[in-house]
Design a protein around this ligand. Sequence first.
Ligand code: SF4
Length: 219
Amino acid sequence: MINFEKLIDEHLRRELKEKKVGVYYPSEIGSCIRKVWFTYKKPKEPDKDKIKIFQVGLMLHDFIADVLRSEKTQQVRLVDSEVPFRLVLPNFTISGRVDDIMIVEANGKKILVEVKSTKSLKMINEPQDAHVKQLQMYMHALKIPNGMIVYIEKSSLKTIEFEVEYDKEQVKDIMKRFETLHDHLVMNKIPEPEAKLNPNKNWMCKYCEYREECEGNSL
Ligand code: SF4
């Protein structure tokens, strides 16, 4: 018998990649800063189930790109679905993982579209803060002030979208977050348990692979 689960696991298996202090990613800056700090200091093998969820996200991203490319959807044009991104700052570099962002043109206007897959659309009344932060960074770097976050339900392909305008103040806050992360990494000092301390973010702890290490370092 062929064990397809095993085949999929083997196909998706990834090597543990150590991250370099000084190179940061927009996709992570909305997460708990302490958790991101741990991913640099104590990298772990990527979890099999998380890799699969990530893969589904990529597949749905490709599906939306196909929809936008289609001759049947002439009202929009896909300009680019693999947007290079690198922001070199005096102390560090912000480098984009461009797997869920695309540039679309509609009514003569360029829009940066971030696609996120989700189990259910029911509870989504507004875009997640972490997703907005990621999009703001891309809008800043690519100088495209119009953005949109699209949530697509995995089981039904239903979608809901939210417009996001470029916000200079929010980008300043995001930059401060990168600086906080960088400073704590360079000083080898653990950041405060941000998610645990914030009622709007403490749901993140449930999915965090560093819960144990975090507990052992309570501030
Ligand atoms: S357990 Fe919560 S507070 Fe601690 S690192 Fe993870 S997300 Fe952050």
